[in-house]
Each structure stands twice: as C-alpha cells, then as structure tokens.
Design a protein around this ligand. Structure first.
Ligand code: NAD
Ligand code: TYD
Length: 339
C-alpha cells in the first residue's frame, strides 16, 4: 500500500509514521507536512533513513501543489492528520484553523476523488461532540452524539467531519473517520497540558492550571490511537465513524499531580491561572463500536502511559529543549503573562 500521511511531522502523525514503518514494512509512506510551528523534521530523523519513507514539505490547502503531488505519487490511501490543533491558539486567531482544517480537508478530498484514492481517512477529535457535565459520569460520547462544538478549533474539526461525510454521500468517496480523545506520549508539543507540565516542572518553573483544575479529559496513549487507525484502515467499514478512547478519565488536577509525582517534583509548583474562555468541562468516549466491531483494545493504562511518557521526555531532552528555546518563549509570554 502507498499511504499519504499528512501532518506526519507533528505529534500523532509522527507516532503513526513510526508505527506503520514498524508494523507494515511492506507499505510505502509519503509524509506531507507544512512544518508549521508544530511540525518538526528532527522528529522524523530515523524515518528519513528508511527507503520506504519520503518527506514532502507543502500545504494541504494549496490546491495546485496537492494535485501535483497526487499526480506524481498516486497514493492509494490518505490519512489526514494535518491540522491546527491547539484550542488556546484557536481562541487567539481562528482564521488559520478554518483554512487548514476545513479548506485543507476539502482540497485533499478533491485530489482523492480526482486520482481514485481507495480510502480517505480523516483524523478527528471527541471535541466535536462539545462537552459533558461534571456531575453525570454515566454520560459518554457515542458516534450518535450530535455535533455541538465550543471552540473555533472544535468547530473547524466538526466542519471538516461534515464535509467528509458529504463527500461520501455526494461523490461516493470511500471515507472513514475516527474521533479520538486526548492523546499523550512521545513528541507531544510542549504547549499542550502533559508535556507543558513535564518540561516546566523539570526546570522548577510554575505549572499553570486553568480555573480550579476540575475539568476532565479522557487520556489515551498515542500508540493505542495509532493501532486503532491502522485497524480502521484495514478492517473499518467505508462511510463509518469510530470513536477511540480507553476509559481513562482524569481531572486536570489529577493529571498534573500524577505527572509531578512521577517526576519527583513538589505540588507547590501548581499555579492556578485564569480559566480558558468557553472551557469544555468533560470529555468521555464510549469506544464500544470499535471494540465490538473491529476488536480494538488499548494496551496502556493511564499510570503506565505516564511513566513511559515521562521517561521519554527525560531521555529526549534535546528534542524539547530545542523547541522551548525559540519562538516558544514569546508564545508562552503572550498566552500566560496576564492570567
Ligand atoms: P500537531 O499540532 O502536533 O501536528 C500537526 C501537524 O500538521 C504539524 O506537523 C504541522 O506542521 C502540520 N500542518 C499544520 N498545518 C498544515 C498544513 N496547512 N499543511 C500541511 N501540514 C500542516 O497535532 P496533533 O496533536 O498531532 O494532532 C493531529 C491530528 O489529530 C489533528 O487533526 C487533531 O485535530 C487530531 N487530534 C488530536 C488529539 C490530541 O490529543 N493531540 C486528539 C484527537 C484528535
Ligand atoms: P490541552 O492539552 O490544551 O488539550 P484540550 O484543550 O484539547 O483538551 O488541555 C488539556 C486540559 O488542560 C484542558 O482542560 C485545558 C487544561 N490546561 C491547563 O489547565 N493548563 C494549561 O497550561 C494548558 C495548556 C491546558
């Protein structure tokens, strides 16, 4: 199989590239990535040594460029990870989220139609379902839960999801879609909660918790997300959506404390800051469909995944030190100084 992976220089996309090269050495992988602030070619150093892997720099929203790439490479499968992915950035500047996440998706699907791609897979998020109340632990998101978004980020992802389903119904494009809960693991950009805590606590710096820290997220180790996508590509039914999550709900405060404990750092580093605008209260995925229909099971419990993740950040300091030494400092100042 020749697979075009977009956004493969980012967090989940790069983990997926390594997963596929290890599990399906017969497949060819082409990575298309614009290398925005979140993309890092250093992350793909080892993959670039593999003759089955190729990197192309470009914008998924650039129609002429994307069509040219499809004409040359003729991918059989497209997996679209490329996106603007950070909620806080979407609150500051929504426009790029619409361009990349919605227009970019439509360009990739137009090229997929034109060049007869056998499967277009869209990577989506549980955030398209909006949020759940904190006092109803019985409620979870199923594939039937209506889309009901809160942030410009989640709205742009929901817009893309609707387009994906429209392309299936209108043009018969063979699509599948996965909606996953919060991922964590290696190569996670340190603007997101878990790597932010790890990298700041290691430098003995305060770790910012929004509001009271009571908001709940459902955490999945990134490798388990990759195995779910692989399964959907091979066994998933065209036109279907699959929710991916492993029942690892934790409040933000529980997450921060677990990471500090693993690092041997004091809870006195916790600093409560002004809450995020429109902050979603709770996400929780019901993964029954992918478990029952495709036999998917996650392998990491939260405490095991956190151990592995913290160990990775300790062993790969140069990866994140490079990132937090540059423009990231200006980002942190801008986003956190007045909170
Ligand atoms: P990320 O921000 O780490 O990586 C995004 C990648 O896309 C980067 O390499 C960036 O350079 C690239 N990119 C951005 N705009 C591009 C463009 N116009 N053209 C080509 N490449 C472009 O994001 P991530 O956390 O790895 O998320 C990947 C996907 O998974 C996204 O679609 C996101 O919505 C979805 N998702 C993420 C999570 C999570 O917890 N991180 C959970 C569920 C779903
Ligand atoms: P994040 O990693 O940005 O993922 P998402 O918003 O997509 O769920 O944030 C996870 C949770 O952590 C979310 O409830 C916001 C909270 N948070 C903080 O408390 N402090 C921070 O500095 C960040 C970045 C997030």
């Amino acid at each position: 199989m020749k697979i075009l992976v977009t956004g493969g220089a980012g967090f989940i996309g790069s983990n997926f590239v390594y997963y596929m090269l290890a599990h399906h050495p017969e497949d060819e992988i082409i990575c298309l990535d614009l290398l925005t602030y979140a993309g890092n070619l250093q992350t793909l150093d080892a993959a670039l040594q593999n003759p089955k892997f190729k990197f192309v720099k470009g914008d998924i929203a650039d129609r002429a460029f994307v069509f040219d790439l499809f004409r040359k490479e003729k991918p059989e499968v497209v997996v679209n990870f490329a996106a603007e992915s950070h909620v806080d950035r979407s609150i500051e500047n929504p426009e790029i989220f619409l361009t990349t996440n919605i227009l970019g998706t439509s360009v990739l699907m137009d090229a997929s139609r034109e060049f007869g791609v056998q499967r277009y897979h869209q990577i989506s998020t549980d955030e398209v379902y909006g949020d759940l109340p904190l006092d109803r632990p019985d409620l979870m998101f199923t594939e039937e839960t209506p889309l009901h978004t809160s942030s410009p980020y989640s709205s742009s992802k929901a817009g893309a999801d609707l387009l994906v389903m429209a392309y299936h119904r209108t043009y018969g494009l063979p699509v599948t879609l996965t909606r996953c809960s919060n991922n964590y693991g290696p190569y996670h950009f340190p603007e997101k909660l878990i790597p932010l805590i790890i990298t700041r606590a290691l430098d003995e710096k305060p770790v910012p918790v929004y509001g009271t820290g009571a908001n709940v997220r459902d955490w999945l180790y990134v490798g388990d997300h990759c195995s779910a996508i692989d399964l959907v590509l091979r066994k998933g039914k065209v036109g279907e959506t699959y929710n991916v999550g492993g029942h690892n709900e934790r409040s933000n405060l529980e997450v921060v404390k677990a990471v500090l404990r693993e690092l041997g750092k004091p809870e006195s580093l916790i600093t409560y800051v002004t809450d995020r605008k429109g902050h979603d209260r709770r996400y929780a995925i019901d993964p029954t469909k992918i478990e029952k229909e495709l036999g998917w099971q996650p392998t990491y419990r939260f405490d095991e995944g956190i151990k592995v993740t913290v160990a990775w950040y300790l062993e790969n300091k140069s990866w994140w030190e490079n990132i937090i030494s540059g423009d990231y400092q200006a980002y942190y100042q801008k986003m956190y100084q007045d909170r």
